[in-house]
Ligand binder design. Structure first.
Ligand code: NAP
Ligand code: G3H
Length: 488
């Protein structure tokens, strides 16, 4: 067995370059949401161990920050290669640990290798600037400020269950290239996959203590690490509930938060409906709706709603439901609690008069793709993030009402507008209170070098390769003041 775990699949943490078990002696059992099979055990790290991990991070910060960027980039290039060499192994673990279909699991690993390379390239393109004092009233060319970006220190990266590889790497790599040391706290369900990612990055030649991991339940160890005085920046992706909690307790520690969403697809009367239906089904149901950027509501007018509903129904009927190993598109949800929540949203909508077009079937934690028409604003599904394959349709009278309903959400991640009128698309896009508007496309994060951000309850700060490096570094100005003019 590899150093990352023993032959009983008891996984260890990477602490100061060594894979070690926790002194707690406590292992958290990770079972597959697909068939209940044993994926592995992860360590419940103690508070004392967190103290040691943070101290190692601090001790190794200066040396790492001084490593030339091209050497840091070489490590990321090598990590990308290792990830690709281990693609099949890691994708198989991912598939069973978080119930993601095989094709999407492979694509998550590939996308992450690309992300590592792109981050290395972006790091090598980082440059400083020189600002002359003479541009500001009363200033003088005797002052010249050399401005460059420097790391923040120790970054705590906290990732969610749904993209344990990609959303861990999208924090780790920009933090490292910026010169920070990193501690990763992965989601417990997803931790085994994330530890394999960390192993690939570490095997690429990172010095000891530059990247370390803390596994354990967020409810037990989360508050302790988040409020640890040695943490200089928290980069969190997860639910709005936990994000807001972290923001309350973390005091002066700067934060980047990627949180929940309720992305709307607004379909105008002049849209290419076949195209919109294809896009919406893909956007709403891939990975069974467990994406922050999933299309989580359709807003349209009566004039096209019936036709659109028919087109959506035909496509949803064709979605394969079942086992991710057989590449089913709709797979069991991450746990029973999530399926209970999904079912409660469907029942609430039915009780308040909504019409089920297709779906409303459950087998354990597997929720069949469900389309709900005639959803009104009293229904929970109009506002809550289902994180499951449920798609509500809200019928409105006109574009103004569509914008009003879209903006009434507490969330503000993305929105789509489907129309053939580019002028209308732009004017609607200007009015939508979200981080990104997709014109004639499903809502989605990628490509990963685009700015990715949420407003309102969807987050704080901006991710995306260059934006993430900027977020985890700060400007440092060194100003030269020429005072002696005797030689002139
Ligand atoms: P979650 O329950 O909020 O957990 C996210 C992470 O926070 C996990 O690592 C979790 O660890 C940890 N955590 C829990 N309590 C903590 C605490 N008190 N202190 C520090 N960390 C703590 O979210 P999830 O269920 O994994 O992910 C689904 C949610 O993430 C959805 O709402 C989705 O929209 C959102 N998401 C947003 C984006 C985006 O980019 N905007 C991307 C992906 C997902 P444990 O697993 O050990 O509890
Ligand atoms: O769950 C949130 C991910 O960042 C979504 O990424 O839109 O590429 O699936 P994606």
């Amino acid at each position: 067995m590899s150093e990352i775990c023993n032959d009983k699949l008891e996984y260890k943490n990477l602490i100061h370059g060594e894979w070690v078990s926790s002194k707690s002696g406590k292992l958290i059992k990770i079972s597959s949401p697909v068939d209940g099979s044993f994926i592995g055990g992860v360590q419940a790290v103690t508070k004392d161990e967190v103290d040691d991990i943070v101290q190692f991070s601090k001790a190794n910060f200066d040396a790492w920050s001084e490593v030339p960027i091209f050497e840091k980039a070489d490590i990321l290039y090598r990590a990308a290669e290792l990830l690709e060499e281990r693609e099949e192994e890691i994708a198989n673990i991912l598939m069973m640990e978080i119930s993601k279909d095989k094709k999407s699991s492979i694509s998550e690993v590939k996308r992450t290798a690309d992300f590592l390379r792109f981050t290395a390239d972006a790091g090598k393109s980082m440059k400083g600037s020189a600002v002359s004092g003479e541009n500001f009233p009363g200033g003088s060319r005797n002052k010249l400020s050399y401005v460059k970006r420097v790391p923040l220190g120790t970054v705590l990266a906290i990732s969610p269950f749904n993209y344990p590889i990609n959303l861990s790497a999208s924090k780790i790599a920009p933090a490292l290239i910026g010169g920070n040391t990193v501690i990763l706290k992965p989601a417990t369900q997803g931790a085994v996959s994330a530890l394999h990612l960390v192993k690939a990055i570490n095997d690429a030649g990172l010095p000891d203590g530059v990247l370390q991991t803390v596994t354990g339940k967020g409810s037990e160890i989360g508050d302790y690490i988040v409020t640890h005085e040695g943490i200089d920046f928290i980069n969190f992706t997860g639910s709005t509930e936990i994000g807001q909690h972290i923001s309350k307790i973390s005091s002066m520690t700067p934060l980047l938060l990627e949180l929940g969403g309720k992305d709307a697809a607004i379909v105008l009367e002049d849209a290419d409906l076949e195209f919109a239906a294809n896009n919406i089904v893909d956007g709403a149901f891939s990975y069974s709706g467990q994406r922050c950027t999933a299309v989580k509501r359709i807003i349209t007018t009566d004039k096209v709603a019936d036709q659109l509903v028919d087109m959506l129904k035909v496509r949803i009927e064709k979605l394969s439901v079942g086992d991710p190993r057989e590449n089913a598109q709709i797979t069991p949800l991450i746990d029973n609690k999530s399926a209970d929540f999904a079912e409660s949203l469907i029942n609430d909508a039915i009780n308040k008069g909504a019409k089920i077009v297709i779906g409303n079937k459950r087998k354990d934690n597997l929720i069949y793709p469900t389309l709900i028409d005639y959803v009104t604003d009293e229904m929970e599904i109009a506002w809550k993030e289902p994180f499951s394959p449920i798609l509500p349709i809200i019928r409105v009278n006109n574009i103004s009402e569509a914008i009003e309903i879209a903006n009434r959400s507490e969330y503000g991640l993305q929105s789509s507008v489907f129309t053939n009128d580019i002028n209308k698309a732009f004017s609607i896009a200007e009015k939508l209170e979200v981080g990104t508007v997709q014109i004639n496309n499903k809502t989605e994060r990628g490509p990963d070098h685009f700015p990715f951000l949420g407003v309102k309850a969807s987050g704080m700060g901006t991710q995306g390769v260059k934006y993430s490096i900027d977020a985890m570094t700060r400007p440092k100005a060194i100003t030269v003041n020429v005072t002696d003019h005797t030689i002139i």
